[in-house]
Design a protein around this ligand. Structure first.
Ligand SMILES: Nc1nc2c(ncn2[C@@H]2O[C@H](COP(=O)(O)OP(=O)(O)OP(=O)(O)O)[C@@H](O)[C@H]2O)c(=O)[nH]1
Ligand SMILES: [Mg+2]
Length: 224
């Protein structure tokens, strides 16, 4: 099943509760940790974690009445073939009603570069990165929705993370920030290998994309 990008993004409008709040589109390939990240930020077990491959592509709105941000958790980005759709969707995105539009997008990619989005069978890594995620990021960015590239399940520092940052700068050719995060500690042999980190930086960058009154309201209710 294949949907066009516009239908994929807007097929499920935000719930009433999300209309007065900050809205963040969370996109990225299956299994990178989108729902885990949203759960950690919201502080509630919203959505489903660790399910199999997406069956129905689209958006699931996740949030609570208490938390000041609602998240459009996206499923099935792989099913969207971005490149051919860009021109078609551009004008529609620009006309997206302000009540429904996300204020920013978290474009999630996994620190392990083997699982980066795009054409999984494309041998050229740069082309692969420029594929679906890159295309989606470019489209959103052109439509005035700021894109924050979130490297999920990331190390705190080190050569692999640096290489990943460099790749992002090279292949995401639209204005963006890159934030490495780890939503839940990574463990092995009963020990914490990587502690949770990066969520405060992500919070700050996200707040910076909101209009002033909404930013203040959101900042008060979003405690990390
Ligand atoms: N330790 C640790 N595990 C994580 C983290 N993020 C995701 N995982 C694990 O990775 C798996 C996939 O996480 P999900 O949050 O379901 O990934 P998703 O991107 O929402 O996947 P889809 O909904 O299929 O697109 C789960 O088993 C999570 O527990 C993290 O920050 N730390
Ligand atoms: Mg999920």
């Amino acid at each position: 099943m294949r949907k066009d990008l516009w239908t994929w993004l807007t097929g499920t409008p935000p719930p009433k509760d999300a209309l007065e709040k900050a809205r963040v589109l969370v996109a990225g390939p299956t299994g990178v940790g989108k729902t885990t990240l949203i759960r950690t930020v919201v502080g509630a077990p919203v959505g489903k974690v660790g399910e199999g491959p997406p069956q129905t592509p689209g958006i699931e709105w996740l949030g609570t009445t208490e938390f000041p941000v609602w998240f459009a958790d996206s499923k099935g980005l792989e099913i969207i073939k971005g490149e051919a759709q860009v021109d078609d969707v551009q004008s529609k995105l620009e006309g997206w009603s302000s009540e429904q539009r996300p204020h920013c997008a978290w474009l999630c990619i996994q620190a392990d570069s083997a699982r980066i989005l795009g054409e999984a069978d494309e041998p050229d890594e740069a082309k692969r990165l420029r594929g679906t995620e890159g295309e989606l990021g470019r489209v959103l960015s052109r439509a005035g929705i700021p894109v924050i590239v979130v490297i999920t399940q990331a190390d705190i520092n080190g050569p692999e993370l640096e290489a990943m940052r460099n790749r992002c700068q090279r292949v995401f050719d639209f204005p963006h920030h890159v934030v490495p995060i780890c939503a839940e500690p990574r463990t092995g042999n009963g020990r914490i290998l990587i502690p949770a980190h990066g969520l405060d930086a992500l919070r700050r960058l996200t707040l910076a994309t909101l209009p002033a009154p909404l930013a203040e309201k959101t900042e008060r209710g979003w405690v990390t």
